[in-house]
Design a protein around this ligand. Structure first.
Ligand code: NOJ
Length: 803
């Protein structure tokens, strides 16, 4: 079943069947003022924090109400509908709708009863309020008399939990007033006698507004119960059915912003109205509403500005391959998803309610990787920030608070940190993610001077980036288990593997091995010869240990428990085959060719499904060891043998590094949202963004995906595709080209910006290979290997690679 299609020219996903299996959403605005909007106008808005700055109320868990509703009423016959299919939900035989989710805006187009409407929702660039602009056109042949009503349901408290559950308090602090063309909601309005900056119990007056520009307000309502009527839902509000909002204000209980406006339209005539919502005091709110007097022109200019901004952010890499799915993901939707994880971390979605008060270390350091090839300067600011969240013992802060104050924060060694964040100890992997991320940034830009930049540690002191990386190595060396491999500590990448200080993780050992390779490149660059010698011998001895302790005939095991049991041995009754140690044995460079082939074939045969590879098999049930927390999940879900999609990106990369283009592309297609556009009833999530996991074959809902948008999958798959399948692998001096593609691709093209130079690359595949090199021509000159040295590049470059 399919609910929409990709419009690649406009970079939109267009939903033409509004009864999607789950709310399919888009992100508007920025963390300054954020808004999430579903294809039925559900969702919420907030200032700065999804949990503590909540402006619009929303009921989580797929209920998808309330929302940013615009009702239309025909005053001649009292029929009414909404600009989005829901909440009124007209019969889809009569109501034609298209929801266009674009980059930074969403537009709902509807045709019903001879009225065409286009409602465009967005947060203007750099602004901290939102716009709901509706243009209505009379497509019938008679004059029409309409009432248009906008409805916004304010929270009673900026903290969404207080709003929902502490009713003995929150129902008695809010009230509304009507001023000229807007409803003003005040929370703690009784504190208005305070001097500016004075507070009571850390509270002062919070003020929100819901205003109308482009047409006069005919009636208003500030009270939810009065708007809906006692037993009505959002589908049949009294204020809409009666055609008059009654000019009611609110004092106690539940406020809202509802504004009605009368419009008369001759045949073919159009009219634009703009509803405006935000958290601003009166003068500023008034100025905002006034600035939309020329409604249509202002809205068009602002939407164009957003489209230009987003288009610009994607330009640095554009591809044209034989696969439309691959192109739409890489050129637009995976890239947009990467920006969203980069910007929003795990803060706000329809699954994350906004309660997380910080950045997860490993998540954020990995999220950065997804945009390095598009916006390296944006990336490096976040890299600096994350380095400043590394403790001086080399470990990463498991959670970096949004209030992070480098050089002065508490750490997992302090009870205060543990109490506030709920993270009881260091994780084994956090700081090791810095290595690929810092390397990718330096290789993309050539900015080796970054290694010498001095950045504070989280708790005290400061060091160069190079020394931060050395400290990360030291952290692993200081936390070894009894066999001499890195200890699992509170967790490694897998939150559900609590291996402890005496247990050991092969995944971390492989990350560590890889980190040593990267640090060797930096040490060479810095001519740090003594340290290079150390790194060589450390890597050799760790490599030997991993081989001896973790190779088990045709697979790498997952590690050791504190009791000394090997996790993931072939003979174990449960969880005897794991995904990540196989892909990481390849990515890290540890596996020899024979091991890589055996291990990766084993993955393909044992773990792969038509929706991606499961994390391990069989799921835990009766034989989970103490730290195998995955057993708490239903089998086939999450870490208990679900398809944890983030790992699919590493799988794509690992196969591509081996030159196995067919497999790499198969793994890409299995889990690519766009590839499942026609199977939306199975996948359920938006076909244009990744989910955290897909239910595996051990579940009765195999293929059902969950936890939309904010997932490390966006960046791992992007890296798997860009470095792996497309084979764009920068290093300190230039760019290696090593595509790994399906054999039946005849050719493909890439336009890439590399260090300010434009590369127009054509890859030809006359002999239908999946990887390899026979010729490279740069601006008419043949080069000896598949490598573009930076110093040969011109401003514009025509490049042909023949496989
Ligand atoms: C979710 C976290 O966000 C991710 O970083 C983690 O590694 C996975 N859980 C796997 O447990």
């Amino acid at each position: 079943m399919k609910y929409g299609y990709f419009d690649d020219v406009n970079r939109e996903y267009v939903i033409d069947r509004p009864d999607t299996p789950t709310p399919w959403v888009n992100y508007l605005g920025s963390p300054e003022y954020g808004a999430i909007i579903s294809n039925n106008a559900g969702g919420y808005s907030f200032a700065k924090s999804g949990a503590n700055g909540r402006i619009l109320r929303y009921v989580f868990n797929n209920f998808d109400q309330p929302g940013r509703y615009i009702y239309l009423r025909d005053d001649d016959n009292q029929d009414f509908w909404s600009a989005s299919w829901q909440p009124v939900g007209k019969d889809l035989k009569d109501y034609i709708s298209k929801c266009h989710h674009g980059l930074g805006y969403t537009k709902m187009v509807a045709d019903y009863a001879g009225i065409h409407s286009e409602a465009t929702y967005y947060v203007p660039k750099g602004k901290s309020y939102e716009v709901w602009a509706i243009e209505v056109t009379n497509t019938s042949d008679k004059e029409r008399h309409l009432t248009l009503t906008g409805y916004a349901e304010f929270t009673n408290h900026s903290n969404y939990e207080q709003d929902q559950v502490n009713l003995q308090y929150s129902l008695f602090i809010s009230r509304t007033a009507f001023q000229e063309n807007r409803i003003v909601q005040q929370i703690h309005g009784n504190l208005n006698a305070l001097e500016e900056d004075e507070q009571v119990d850390e509270k002062n007056v919070t003020e929100r507004f819901f205003g109308l520009a482009g047409n006069p307000v005919s009636s208003f309502c500030g009270d939810k119960k009065a708007f809906l009527g006692r037993y009505n839902g959002y589908d049949k509000p009294l204020g809409v059915t009666s055609g008059d909002l009654g000019d009611t204000n609110n004092y106690n209980e539940n406020p809202c912003g509802a504004l009605a406006s009368k419009v008369t339209l001759a045949p073919n005539e159009s009219k634009t109205l703009v509803f405006l919502l935000g958290e601003k005091y009166s003068n500023e709110a008034q100025a905002i509403v006034d600035s939309y007097k020329d409604a249509k022109t202002t809205v068009q200019a602002e939407v164009d500005e957003l489209r230009a901004e987003w288009g610009g952010r994607l330009e640095s890499l554009q591809v044209k391959t034989p696969s439309p799915v691959f192109d739409t993901m890489i050129n637009t939707w995976n890239a947009y998803n990467c920006y969203m994880t980069f910007i929003w971390s795990r803060a706000a979605s329809l699954i994350y309610c906004g309660l997380r008060n910080g950045y997860g270390y490993r998540d954020t350091v990995q999220d950065i990787q997804g945009i390095i090839h598009l916006a390296p300067e944006m990336a490096v600011d976040k890299i600096r920030f994350m380095l400043s969240a590394q403790v001086d013992n080399g470990g990463g802060l498991p959670l970096v608070k949004f209030t992070h104050n480098p050089g002065h924060v508490d750490t997992p060694d302090d009870a205060s940190y543990v109490q506030e964040t709920g993270h009881p100890a260091y994780r084994a992997d956090d700081a090791l993610w810095l290595f690929p991320t810092v390397y990718k940034y330096i290789a993309e830009t050539g900015n080796t001077a970054f290694l010498d930049e001095v950045i504070p540690y989280a708790n005290k002191g400061e060091a160069t980036v190079y020394d931060h990386l050395k400290a990360a190595i030291q952290f692993s060396m200081d936390n070894l288990g009894p066999h001499g491999m890195p200890a699992g500590l509170h967790a490694d990448w897998n939150d559900c593997l609590r291996l402890g200080a005496q247990g050991e993780s092969s995944f971390v050992a492989l990350q560590y091995y890889y980190a040593l390779s990267i640090l060797k490149i930096f040490a060479k660059q810095k001519a740090d010869t003594e340290y290079m010698t150390f790194l060589d011998s450390e890597q050799e001895s760790m490599g030997e240990k991993i081989q001896e302790l973790c190779w088990d005939d045709d697979r790498f095991v997952r590690g050791y428990t504190e009791a000394g049991e090997r996790i993931g041995e072939a003979c174990a009754p449960e969880a005897n085959m794991w995904l990540n140690p196989q892909s990481w044995a390849v990515i890290s460079g540890l596996a020899d060719d024979r091991q890589a082939e055996l291990a990766m074939d084993n993955v393909f045969n044992r773990l792969n499904t038509s929706y991606g590879a499961i994390l391990m098999d069989p799921p835990y049930h009766k034989h989970a060891f103490d730290g195998a927390l995955a057993v708490i999940y239903n089998q086939g879900n999450k870490e208990n043998a679900g398809i944890f999609s983030q790992s699919q990106g590493w799988l794509i990369l690992a196969e591509a590094l081996r030159g196995k283009g067919e497999r790499a592309f198969t793994y890409f297609m299995e889990n690519a949202p766009a590839a499942q556009n026609d199977q939306a009833d199975i996948r359920q999530l938006e076909p244009y963004c990744y989910g955290q996991f897909t239910e595996g074959p051990a579940s009765p809902n195999h293929g059902h995906s969950h936890v939309h948008w904010l997932t490390g999958t966006a960046s791992t798959v992007m890296v798997g595709c860009v470095e792996g399948i497309l084979g764009l692998r920068p290093d300190l001096d230039g760019l290696k080209l090593a595509p790994a593609i399906p054999k039946d691709w005849d050719s493909f093209k890439m336009d890439k910006n590399f260090r300010g130079k434009e590369l127009h690359i054509t890859v030809e595949n006359p002999n239908h290979k999946e990887s390899g090199f026979s010729k490279l021509i740069l601006n008419g000159q043949e080069l000896p290997e598949a490598y573009l040295p930076e110093d040969l590049l011109l401003d514009q470059n025509e490049i042909t690679l023949v496989l």
